[in-house]
Design a protein around this ligand. Structure first.
Ligand SMILES: [Zn+2]
Length: 209
C-alpha cells in the first residue's frame, strides 16, 4: 500500500497530537525508505514483473532486512530506544508504532513476499490480487482517517490540499501502462515521494501568519 500507510500516520497524529505529522509520515514509510536505500546499495533485491496488475509490478525478491516481521520489530525497537533517549518516551512509543505498522499494512496488501523471519516463511494476504478493491479500500481508509483527524480543525485549507495531492499523485499508478521501469529509477522516485510527502505534511502544520 502507499497512501494506506499515511492513513495510519493520520490516526497516530490524532492520538499523539504533540508530535508533528511529518515525523509520522517518515515513520510509517521508514521501512520502505530503508528498503529502497538498500536496493540502491545492492543489499536488498527487487525486480520488475511484467503484469497487467499495477500493484504487482515490483517483486520483492530479497528484502529480509526491512520487510520481514522480525526485522520490522527489531527496527521499531531500535527506534523506540533511540527516540526515547533523544526526545522522550511518548515520541519513542508513537514512532515505533508507526514503523511497525508498515509491515501489517503491507501484509494485508502484498502477495506472499513478506517474510516472517528474515528471508523465511513468506506471507501476505494478497489484497493486491484484486486491484480495484485494493485501490478503493486504500483510498477509503486514507480519506476516512483524514476526516477523523481533521473533522474539528479550524483551518481546513492545507489539510485538504495535502489529502488531495496524495490522492492525485497516487491515482495514476492504477492506470500506468505496463512497461519496465528500472528498479533503481523506481527506488529513487519512491524515495523522493516519501520526502516530498513529509515536506507537504510539514507545510500543512506550519504556522500561518
Ligand atoms: Zn513496504
Amino acid at each position: 500500500m502507499f497512501v494506506g500507510h499515511y492513513a495510519v500516520g493520520f490516526l497516530l497524529k490524532k492520538k499523539f497530537n504533540e508530535i508533528p505529522l511529518w515525523v509520522f509520515f517518515i515513520a510509517v514509510q521508514f521501512v520502505d525508505i530503508l528498503a529502497f536505500s538498500l536496493v540502491l546499495l545492492g543489499v536488498e533485491k527487487m525486480s520488475y514483473n511484467p503484469t497487467d496488475n499495477p500493484f504487482l509490478r515490483t517483486s520483492k525478491d530479497y528484502v529480509p532486512f526491512t520487510h520481514s516481521l522480525s526485522s520490522s520489530l527489531i527496527i521499531a525497537f531500535i527506534i523506540l530506544l533511540v527516540i526515547w533517549k533523544l526526545k522522550n518516551k511518548t515520541w519513542g512509543i508513537a514512532l515505533s508504532i508507526g514503523v511497525v505498522s508498515h509491515w501489517f499494512i503491507d501484509f494485508i496488501a502484498h502477495t506472499p513476499d513478506m517474510p516472517l523471519l528474515f528471508n523465511s516463511y513468506k506471507v501476505g494476504l494478497g489484497l493486491w490480487n484484486y486491484p480495484w478493491i485494493a485501490f478503493s479500500l486504500e483510498i477509503g481508509f486514507f480519506l476516512g482517517a483524514g476526516y477523523y483527524l481533521y473533522r474539528d480543525a479550524e483551518n481546513l485549507k492545507r489539510p485538504i490540499i495535502l489529502i488531495a495531492l496524495l490522492v492525485l499523485l497516487y491515482t495514476p499508478t492504477m492506470f500506468a501502462p505496463e512497461g519496465e521501469m528500472p528498479v533503481a529509477v523506481f527506488s529513487i522516485v519512491s524515495l523522493s515521494l516519501y520526502f516530498i510527502f513529509a515536506a507537504l505534511a510539514w507545510w500543512t502544520e506550519r504556522k500561518q501568519n
